[in-house]
Design a protein around this ligand. Structure first.
Ligand code: IVH
Length: 756
């Protein structure tokens, strides 16, 4: 009786949560909490099949169907997996299976990672990819063929290698589409550089990307896929899961890494702690492991319960998500003045660690996710990434929650906070803000930047507080006396610090540029700048010239902007509005578009057509040309996008920053590029792109070798690239080279070219 009562309760709760999740898109429990309830119901039902009812959530498959896509009928049901949360769960899974099979049947297994992505079913006919669908409701899925074709790790034709035997007449494979962690980060960096909102969750973004109506958008985002199953086939005979994985690999699919055979379940159980500890170091997210009966005939014999085959089970890792209360928001100011809000949480234990702070991304995202102070929120913690808030559990609101807004004034300097036009973030605009100065100096001295030893954050803070330094330039004027007065600073320590500062005066130009902390300018970009510009002075004079040209352009454009904004009152057409925006940001909006300098007049006329009525557009041509000319040294650098050009110009043309540079120069800090004596000019006029891991040198060494012989190294492959230097596990650049017909060479070829 009690059991009946409990199953009813579980059914009702689960059905309610399914409704909240799928219909309202407003879950009030975490996925892990849902899994636990579901698991309990499943277990009760398995032990007491008479308690299964038609409305039990175990009897239905979830659905991801959307109205925007045509449907594809799957060749067979696309099943799901039952979950196990403990070693006992796994043992009883095996015992149950053994009871269903003839006595003394030996079971062996394959262990695979459980990839945290979304299922796709891809069909090949005579080796050609003809169809791809999402899981949908397990029977019918959304037709995402065009989008799947943009995923580079999915072959369009199998087998990929000619010598791998013919493809079967027809085969439908199943796999998981996801973002590699580094690709997801890169995607977000791109968003940030373009001033667009960040993506919070890799899995949801992968799902959104796969379900784009415009496959060009899918193509622009680096999705990957692993294939782990042959769902159905004609002309193919497989006996074991291991053979299946081998077959898939032979045909050219990426199979889940570390998918291994084990003769017994005990062997698998032994693996669990190691596998779990490796979780965070993997290049992709996994939420558990999948254990599969290796013998496919036995697996088939075991059959299916509900939508879960008995022949496989998911061993779920402890959740990396939990819900807790958002009790406060602290404001952090970065070195560029950017404000990042941080959540203060009621302590919550997530995968082994008590979490009290989490990132809230930015205020736009807080608003769009509608996160409020006092909300119950879901927090995720994985690996070394800072824990972050995924979103609110709005169903738990009491009405006392309050909206979160950016501060009006900087809590450190008291200056009014600004949000630059078109930016996602808010900023403290005062370059002398003590917190900004602290963050800047802390970065300036850090390893990878100027690398000054003996100047930890606490020392930096004290030096600023005592007024001994007011910016990074002052570091080079430090004398022993005030340092000796600091706590824990004895003579030896002071000597070491001053020696380290002295050494920092002679860092290469690129290192100095990196250390300045210009938004978006890391080591790679700094190297590019240092090889194009001979000195900081040249960067300053180019930036000044661009800024002056921009002022002249603004003067030429402002009558037009005023005229256009005047008559329409607040009813400006979107197109007109957009064009006004272009005139306001010529360096980002117009200069890159016309950098080739050709037919600017007529092209500008076409672009800005909606402004024609308000003034003479041709008066803009000469000032725009002047801007393009002034910006030439920057815009001709491949790999330097418009936002970066803008940030660089802004930084170097700024009086305050120029003051710091002057101070450093005066103190003898190196501001010049090393005069490079070339070993030869054998590679003169050639540009190279590097991809993959080289057998005997690092990428830096290879770049240095190329540059020492007069060649250039750039970041992306274009028709102008002379050669792509390809190492092991090359990226998309090798594919791009093949598409453009750019020749690829190996490390040995390069060495032969320069004669070493
Ligand atoms: S096998 C009948 N293997 O996990 C075969 N699934 O929670 C069922 N998943 O819907 C799938 N990695 O989307 C299998 N190595 C793997 C997997 C995997 C991830 C997903 C799959 C499935 C879900 C079940």
């Amino acid at each position: 009786m009690e059991l009946e009562q409990r199953t009813r309760e579980l059914r009702e709760q689960l059905n309610y949560h399914i409704y909240r999740y799928n219909v309202l898109s407003d879950p009030i429990i975490t996925d892990a909490e849902y899994d636990r309830l579901y698991h309990e119901l499943r277990q009760l039902e398995e032990e007491h099949p008479e308690l299964i009812t038609l409305d039990s959530p175990t009897q239905r498959a979830g659905s991801d169907l959307s109205e925007d896509f045509p449907k594809i009928q799957h060749p067979v049901s696309v099943l799901s997996l039952a979950n196990a949360f403990s070693v006992e769960d796994l043992r009883s899974w095996e015992e149950r299976n053994q009871r269903l099979l003839p006595a003394d049947t030996d079971l062996d297994y394959v262990l695979e990672p459980k990839l945290d992505g979304l299922t796709v079913v891809i069909t090949y006919e005579n080796g050609i990819l003809t169809k791809a669908a999402t899981r949908g409701n397990g029977e019918v899925g959304d037709d995402v063929t065009a989008n799947i074709k943009t995923v580079r790790t999915i072959p369009l034709r199998i087998p990929v290698h000619r010598d791998k035997g013919p493809a079967p007449e027809r085969v439908s494979v199943r796999g998981e589409v996801l973002f590699f962690k580094k690709d997801f980060e890169a995607l977000n960096q791109r968003q940030e550089a373009e001033g667009l909102p960040l993506y919070v969750n890799a899995r949801n973004t992968a799902s959104g990307t796969l379900k784009q109506k415009d496959s060009r958008i899918t193509a622009s985002r680096p999705l990957s896929a692993f294939i782990y199953d042959v769902l159905d086939s004609v002309g193919l005979k497989l006996d074991t899961q291991q053979e299946m994985l081998d077959f898939l690999q032979d045909m050219g699919f990426h199979i889940p890494p570390q998918s291994n055979y084990y003769p017994t379940l005990s062997d698998i159980i032994q693996q669990l702690p190691t596998r779990e500890s490796l979780r965070d170091s993997l290049d992709y997210e996994i939420d558990g492991l999948v254990i599969k009966v290796n013998n496919l005939h036995l697996a088939n014999e075991l059959g299916v319960v509900g939508k879960d085959p008995r022949g496989a089970i998911a061993y779920k890792f402890p959740a990396q998500e939990a819900s807790t209360k958002l009790i406060g928001v602290t404001v952090n100011i970065g070195r560029t003045g950017k404000i990042t809000p941080t959540a203060q949480l009621e302590p919550v234990f997530i995968s082994g660690v008590t979490v009290v702070n989490a990132s809230l991304h930015n205020y736009d995202l807080i608003a769009s996710l509608d996160i409020r102070l006092g909300d119950t929120v879901i927090v995720k913690r994985s690996g070394d990434v800072i824990p972050y808030v995924i979103g609110p559990v709005t169903g738990s609101r009491t009405g006392s929650e309050t909206p979160i807004t950016p501060p009006e004034f900087c809590p450190f300097s008291g200056d009014p906070i600004i949000q630059p036009e078109g930016a996602v973030d808010y900023y403290c605009p005062n370059p002398r803000c003590p917190e900004r100065v602290f963050r800047k100096v802390e970065f300036f001295v850090s390893r990878g930047a100027m690398d000054i030893e003996g100047m930890g954050p606490q020392t930096v803070k004290t030096l600023i507080e005592k007024g001994i330094i007011t910016d990074e330039g002052d570091i080079f004027y430090l004398t022993p006396e005030p340092l000796l007065e600091l706590e824990k600073f004895a003579q030896k320590k002071v000597d070491n610090l001053l020696a380290s500062i002295e050494a920092a005066k002679h860092r290469p130009l690129a290192q100095l540029i990196t250390s300045l902390g210009i938004d978006g300018v890391g080591g790679t970009i700094a190297e590019l700048l240092a090889s194009e510009f001979q000195s900081i002075d040249e960067l300053i004079s180019t930036s000044e010239a661009v800024k002056q040209a921009a002022v002249a352009f603004r003067n030429a454009a402002s009558p037009l902007i005023e005229a256009a904004e005047n008559p329409g009152a607040n009813q400006l057409l979107a197109d007109t509005q957009r064009n006004i925006e272009r005139l306001r940001n010529p360096l980002i909006e117009l200069v890159p578009r016309y950098r080739d300098g050709q037919e600017i007049g007529s092209r500008l006329q076409r672009l800005l057509k909606s402004l024609e009525a308000y003034g003479a557009l041709d008066e803009l041509v000469a000032p725009l040309q002047a801007m393009i000319r002034a910006a030439q040294p920057l815009i001709r650098i491949e790999g330097l996008g418009p936002i970066l050009v803008h940030n660089i110009v802004d930084w170097f043309a700024d009086d305050f920053n120029q003051g710091i540079i002057a101070k450093m120069k005066q103190a003898g800090v190196n501001m010049e590029a090393e005069a490079r004596t070339l070993s030869s000019n054998k590679l003169e006029g050639m540009t190279f792109v590097l991809t993959g891991t080289l057998p005997s040198m690092t990428r830096e060494e290879a770049s240095a070798l190329i540059e020492n012989h007069g060649g250039k190294v750039t970041g992306s492959v274009s028709k102008k690239t002379s050669y792509v230097l390809v190492g092991d596990s090359p990226g998309s650049k090798a594919t791009k080279a093949a598409q453009l017909g750019v020749p690829t060479i190996s490390e040995n070829d390069l060495k032969a070219m320069v004669g070493v």
